[in-house]
Write a new protein. Sequence first.
Length: 253
Amino acid sequence: MSSLEKLAEIPQSDLPGHIAVIMDGNGRWAQAQGKPRAFGHKAGVESVRNAVRFCRQHNVQALTVFAFSSENWKRPEQEVSLLMELFMLVLSKEVKNLHKNNVKLQIIGDISAFSERLQKQIIKAQELTKDNTGLVFNVAANYGGRWDISQAAAKLAEQVKAGELNPEQITEEKLHQMTCLSELPDLDLLIRTGGEHRISNFLLWQVAYAELFFAEEYWPDFDEECFARASLCFANRNRRYGLTGEQIEQQKK
Ligand code: IPE
Ligand code: IPE
Ligand code: MG
């Protein structure tokens, strides 16, 4: 029985509502075939389409993918420009389709570092899909978890400066409200493809109680069967949030 078939038998309430993915391994996938890294990034786009389809078909509320980290600027200039071009192209080509499928697209990260053209494209895409009620699809671009937390702190500092907030009123909840994705359900499942076991400065705040799933497959090979495997694994985890197993059993009754 395939993981996809098994997944069909799991109740919706046991499945992740918010999935995030560190889409790693494009470069190695291409290099393993003697091709340039760019070839892997292009193949990675197809995997993103599959991921969106999987989430729509399985009623996932939110999908958040890591497309470009704040550290990825340090890559060779040629690779950075290719990734930017690809981002432009995908935005202009795919947005209509996302819109047709009722997907709400949001970009998270410091977009001020991108070209005017790309920034305009991002704003236009978000504007077009903002009232859609289906899957919320977040693309993290020039995103860093530490950036996210520090920009949240800066927003609270502004409120303190304006006399709207006392430092004693700063709580986890207040800071949370200023971080990216705070309007969405908490992250349930974080998947990293490509065999590395690290977070690479992705959603540091949001990952607090997410379940982690590390896959050996490079991102271009991560298909819907792999997504089903990760979701099944999630369904079998025991999330205790600091409580004892007995307390959790009690709550279920
Ligand atoms: C992930 O694949 C995509 C981006 C970081 C943009 P990589 O480009 O990191 O691929 P590997 O890890 O070098 O194989
Ligand atoms: C993380 O992958 C960033 C993205 C997937 C966009 P990296 O390839 O940049 O991470 P490291 O350098 O292996 O930690
Ligand atoms: Mg990598």
